[in-house]
Design a protein. Structure first.
Length: 383
């Protein structure tokens, strides 16, 4: 499909070169199938209006696309996920092949005790190589995800996160620019709590329920990524709904607004950064959820939707603001600190949270395993 094609035809840098810890990736001339050859957005565009009230991140692993939007001045951060890393590793693009080859060489030279450990290190190194390249394009945060197969292992998640941070620091990317992405399972939330205590900021992802958002904030997570579009998908399927709804009635919008209000009402510093968008009213209204959540702390948005925002100059109203949220008088959950039993019970009773969290983890694991297979072949060839 078009999305996969975009990801697999990854980038041609317009930067002359990108230097990544001991090797150089040379830029090449733009190809005809490149998604965009430059982005323009006036100061009256919805992109500019939105950036004036919400910090914007681009959700992409395509360095050229990230660069184009960063140049507008309205995008400060970038997020990646296992899909983007996998597609980079499997794309065959010469630029990304250099990132992969470097990762494999690094892992083989590290002298890991067995092949599985070497492959694991190579995958982490590839994620860091991609993140380091992105860090040279955007001035703000970059997000790098811990292996999703560790989503139910707190200790292993912490160990893997520390390894990722250490690799970034050797590449001169300070830890205050990196967000460690973890699935918002109970174990992932506890891992984030430990990492935050060490000054490592975390992005808790795959959030589809209010209880996940509250638990993340109570345990001190720096940022959460709720997915309003997938919450809408689940509710449409469960209700057998074929027609669209108003953005105000979109279940994903309602849930994210509830999370945002709770944070402001109870003084949590955790940042709410929704991702994954759908048209509330159906095709032709792709910006519905984004517009309905204008004013939320942050958003991460894929390039096609950023393009629509850049092209529109319709007035954009602020829908979420901290002062209104503070006055919302929402009840405190779990006396301010849920325990594991209450978290699991509440999550179990939330059908969307339970179903979509499991589905999201399975999907990310599937992408990781595809990449693992390819990296294993390269490790064997180099060993």
């Amino acid at each position: 499909n078009a999305t996969i094609k975009m990801l697999t035809t990854f980038l041609i840098l317009s930067l002359a070169t990108i230097h990544v810890q001991g090797f150089v990736i040379a830029g090449s001339a733009p190809r005809q199938d490149t998604l965009t050859l430059g982005v323009t957005a006036s100061d009256k565009s919805q992109l500019a209006q939105l950036a004036g009230m919400t910090t914007l991140s681009i959700d992409s692993g395509d360095l050229k696309v990230i660069e184009d939007y960063a140049k507008t001045g309205y995008i400060t951060d970038a997020t990646t996920n296992p899909l983007f890393v996998s597609q980079a590793g499997l794309s065959g693009d010469p630029v990304y092949s250099k990132l992969v080859d470097n990762a494999v060489e690094y892992a083989v030279a590290a002298g890991e005790p067995d092949e599985a450990s070497t492959v694991s290190l190579a995958i982490d190194r590839l994620s860091v190589n991609l993140g380091a390249a992105i860090s040279m394009i955007v001035p703000g945060y970059i997000s790098t995800e811990v292996d999703p197969r560790l989503s139910f292992d707190t200790e292993a998640s912490v160990e893997r996160a520390l390894r990722i941070i250490q690799m970034y620091e050797t590449m001169n990317v300070p830890k205050n620019r990196v967000l460690i992405k973890l699935a918002a399972t109970w174990e992932g939330i506890l891992a984030a709590q430990q990492l935050e205590s060490q000054g490592i900021q975390c992005n808790l992802t795959l959030i589809f329920s209010f209880v996940q958002a509250v638990a993340c904030a109570q345990r001190g997570a720096h940022l959460i990524s709720p997915f309003p579009g997938r919450i809408l998908d689940w509710n449409k399927q469960q209700r057998g709904r074929t027609e669209g709804v108003s953005p105000e009635d979109d279940e994903g919008v309602v849930e994210v607004k509830k999370m945002y209000d709770y944070y402001k009402c109870h003084g949590h510093d955790t940042i709410c950064m929704p991702a994954s968008w759908r048209p509330s009213r159906g095709p032709g209204y792709e910006l519905d959820e984004i517009v309905a959540l204008a004013g939320v702390d942050r958003m991460t948005i894929p390039a096609p939707l950023l393009e629509k925002l850049a092209a529109s100059e319709e007035p954009l109203k602020r829908c979420l603001d901290p002062e209104s949220a503070k006055a919302s008088e929402m009840s405190l959950i779990g006396n301010g600190m849920m325990n594991e039993k209450e978290f699991r019970y509440r999550l179990n009773m939330d059908g969307c949270g339970t179903d979509k969290l499991a589905e999201g983890i399975r999907s990310f694991i599937g992408e990781t395993e595809k990449l693992e297979e390819a990296i294993t072949k390269k490790v064997r060839a180099m060993s």
